[in-house]
Design a protein around this ligand. Structure first.
Ligand code: ZN
Length: 274
């Protein structure tokens, strides 16, 4: 599931390649049109002819601003959920079966959205707040903590009572963290995922405050530094514990624990997280 770092990497890589380009036509996979949260005729008719003006991210959504004329901006907002991936491909390259839609651009390239799990959510809207579910409830961006400061973070954190794994994944607490990076952040902070928030000491809170933006920015850098990284495959081999159940902990050598399925694992180290 793409989280903040994967979507940041897409934004940084795709933004400059898309900026100013015109959508010549739209092709929706006839078997996958049900993933679009706006009526198909409207999606096809309204996107064609628009230009990309901005690519940005909010939580686990990637948003493409698409402009027609001088003042009509619409938003293509995509939450890829578990299996959504983005791809810029030559228009002549064969479309994979998981392709949901292709936007054919000037210059013979396509922006393609693929979804191997058919769970992603695609919205074509004029008003994100009003038309994308739960948008108004999204918390501050998880990578914005340094701007807000430690005391602000402590106050915000203390409103929550759940296990830390759930607090970190709660999009109203901070936007952008999901199952994988919550494992990585808690490992970095030496905190077990099922620890209740109230059991954290002030020192734990400070460690967590540092770990959240640190883990996210290092992951974004690792993705961007990999020349062979394919958006459509989402390599996460750089992670410390997530997806590494049964392997040795890179910090203490203890065996990494796993709870849950291989598809949606929760990983942590009993040796060095407490
Ligand atoms: Zn360990």
């Amino acid at each position: 599931m793409p989280e903040l770092p994967e979507l940041e990497a897409v934004r940084i890589r795709f933004g400059p390649r898309l900026s100013g380009r015109r959508i010549e036509s739209v092709q929706v996979n006839p078997r996958k049109g049900f993933l679009l949260r706006s009526p198909l005729p409207q999606f096809n008719a309204e996107l064609a002819g628009r230009r990309f003006t901005e690519v940005w991210r909010r939580g686990k959504h990637l948003i493409f601003n698409l402009q027609a004329g001088d003042s009509d901006t619409g938003y293509l907002a995509i939450n890829p959920m578990l299996g959504g991936r983005f791809q810029i491909a030559s228009s002549s390259a064969k479309r994979q079966a998981a392709t949901i839609f292709s936007l054919l651009l000037d210059g013979d390239e396509d922006l393609r959205y693929l979804d191997v799990r058919d769970m992603g959510r695609v919205y074509w809207v004029r008003d994100l707040n009003a038309e994308v579910p739960a948008w108004p409830e999204l918390g501050p961006e998880a990578d914005s903590l340094p701007e807000h400061g430690l005391e602000w973070f402590r106050k915000r954190l203390r409103r929550y009572r759940a296990a830390m794994k759930d607090v970190l994944r709660d999009q109203s607490f901070l936007a952008g963290i999901g199952n994988a990076y919550s494992d990585e952040i808690l490992f970095e902070a030496h905190v077990l995922p099922l620890r209740r928030r109230a059991s954290l000491s002030p020192a734990d809170e400070e460690t967590l405050f540092q770990a959240i933006p640190g883990v996210l920015s290092r992951a974004t850098e690792a993705i961007l530094a990999n020349p062979n990284y394919e958006e459509s495959k989402q390599d996460r081999s750089f992670m410390a514990v997530h997806g590494k159940g049964g392997q040795d902990c890179p910090r203490c050598g203890h065996r990494i624990s796993q709870i849950g399925s291989d598809r949606e694992p929760m990983n942590f180290c009993r040796g060095c997280q407490g």
